[in-house]
Design a protein around this ligand. Structure first.
Ligand SMILES: Cc1cc2nc3c(=O)[nH]c(=O)nc-3n(C[C@H](O)[C@H](O)[C@H](O)COP(=O)(O)OP(=O)(O)OC[C@H]3O[C@@H](n4cnc5c(N)ncnc54)[C@H](O)[C@@H]3O)c2cc1C
Length: 478
């Protein structure tokens, strides 16, 4: 039955069996629920006609309540060779949950029990379906925080954030989701439930937990996540600095990182994107780029880091703009209205492509990609964020209004194609944090080379029947 849509009598029989197998679960086979689980926030899927959507609908949506339910369902799916796709909260932007019709959607939103806080070790064990924003509130009430703040904090599940190797705006200081995960509960494709060992660190071989971070539902279904947490920050200092151009801003960022200063937030907006924050801050944009910095934690340390950063920035011609640009960023950091507005029309697209590259390529890539996509995008700009000692991420934002749907889709694909090719040419990664999904799977072999075979062998070993999220990650030969 793999990859084939079962006939209606087969489907009825499967649903009947599922109801007996997991009677506590909510099982939906009505068309609206199935359609609603067939896509995420990938702009291409959002433009699908009803017919296109119908070629991607699951045969049923099962809302599970425990790892045991997931285990029973995966055993059943393996026996009957029915593909399975895990669905977190559907905030993915690259089509991770998208698959060919006839699969079983395991909806994990029911794994929403209370997180268990271990005050002594400062850890939280969180059911995979809990939303990031809800977890943060629970932690804050207990005097803790998980400084992992993706823009989609309120929209994404903890399991999804782990499964996509996500990144938050405070990553330059605290790292990305992989740096917070200490252990996972995962249901493997054969239905066995594993708990990876938990300790602050271990050198007993490769980390099994990390193998599932970023696996996008292809190797196992994450049902619970144990994370390191931190005490609430005692202070947050926000600042804006203007530079004459991207090169000066990047140089200042590199110098302050080299000096051992780690602002929690480092965001460098190019001239075009900076206009939005300049305007809201009541400041003259004057064709300048804008660096937004945030320092948190111990007030004395944060103040010293800020003072030293401003000194380093000034040496690169950076003009201290005070707190206003930083405060505007802080107030609007979860607002993604541009994405909804930009995708509202039938022939409109708005999207963001995030990539990573070494210092050698950041400035060049910014110019090359924006230059090369200009004939296809009606508007495009970028910011740099998520910095490391050896490089950082660029976030390209673009808007398209097509003459008709074909024109819009073809220009959208062209922008993606150019960006992926250019980044690979400069030795960068085609994704810093949104993941692979449908949008990037064709580029996986180019990025990974021979190491994709290692991932494919792992997939083959864990899921020899190819039941979990088939057709993803570039595992299938074109
Ligand atoms: C407005 C907006 C802003 C965003 N900002 C950011 C950002 O700042 N940083 C960032 O990293 N991302 C961002 N994203 C992308 C998105 O929020 C992340 O990819 C998120 O991690 C997806 O979580 P989810 O629960 O919605 O997963 P889904 O979209 O449901 O699934 C994503 C993928 O993970 C798999 N999956 C989901 N749950 C599990 C599980 N428990 N076990 C195994 N596989 C699973 C799915 O099969 C799919 O392949 C943004 C998205 C939007 C819409």
């Amino acid at each position: 039955m793999n990859s084939q849509h079962p006939g209606s009598s087969d489907t009825e029989s499967i649903i009947k069996q599922l109801k007996q197998l997991v009677p506590e679960c909510v099982i939906d086979d009505d068309i609206e629920t199935r359609r609603a689980r067939a896509f995420d926030r990938w702009p291409i899927a959002a433009k699908w006609s009803r017919e296109e959507l119908n070629t991607h609908t699951p045969l049923a949506v099962v809302r599970v309540g425990s790892a045991h339910d997931v285990s029973l369902l995966l055993k059943f799916a393996g026996t009957h060779r029915i593909p399975v796709v895990p669905f977190g909260a559907g905030s993915g932007v690259v089509g991770g949950v998208v698959n060919r019709r006839g699969y079983l959607c395991i909806d994990l939103s029911g794994l929403d029990g209370k997180p268990v806080l271990d005050a002594e070790n400062g850890e939280a064990t969180v059911p995979a379906g809990v939303l990031g924003g809800d977890l943060e509130q629970i932690l804050n009430a207990a005097g803790r925080r998980l400084p992992h703040y993706p823009q989609s904090l309120a929209l994404a599940s903890i399991g999804g954030l782990v499964a996509t190797r996500s990144s938050g705006t405070f990553s330059s200081k605290y790292g990305n989701i992989e740096n917070f995960v200490t252990s996972l509960e995962v249901v493997l494709p054969d239905g066995s439930i594993i708990h990876t060992p938990a300790s602050p660190r271990s050198s007993t071989g490769p980390s099994v937990a990390q193998m599932f971070v970023g696996s996008e539902g292809t190797l196992g279904i994450i049902t619970s996540v144990t994370l390191r947490t931190l005490p609430l920050a005692q202070s947050l200092l926000l600042r804006g600095v203007a530079f004459k151009g991207v090169a000066h801003g990047l140089k200042a960022v590199r110098q302050l990182l080299d000096a051992g200063i780690t602002p929690a937030v480092i965001r460098l907006y190019d001239e075009k994107e900076a206009v939005h924050i300049f305007e809201k801050s009541g400041l003259e944009a004057a064709n300048r780029v804008l660096l937004v910095l945030a320092f948190d934690g111990n007030p004395a340390v944060a103040a010293a880091e800020q003072a030293e950063s401003l000194r380093i920035a000034a040496a690169q011609g950076g003009e201290d703009l005070g707190v206003a640009p930083g405060e505007i960023w802080e107030k609007t950091r979860y607002d993604a209205g541009w994405l909804d507005r930009g995708n509202a029309g039938d022939f409109d697209f708005a999207d963001a492509i995030e990539i990573a590259a070494g210092w050698h390529a950041l400035e060049t890539l910014h110019g090359k990609v924006l230059g090369a996509i200009a004939p296809y995008a009606d508007n495009a700009y970028a910011h740099f964020s998520h910095f490391y000692s050896n490089g950082g991420a660029i976030y390209f934002i673009f808007f398209i209004t097509g003459k008709d749907k074909d024109d819009a889709v073809s220009r959208f694909s062209k922008v993606w194609d150019i960006t992926m090719r250019t980044v690979l040419e400069y030795g960068g990664s085609i994704s810093h944090h949104h993941g692979v999904g449908e949008a990037r799977k064709q580029w996986m072999a180019r990025e990974h080379g021979g190491s994709l075979a290692v991932l494919a062998k792992l997939k083959q070993a864990l899921d020899p029947q190819g039941v979990l999220s088939p057709g993803k990650m570039g595992f299938d030969k074109p």
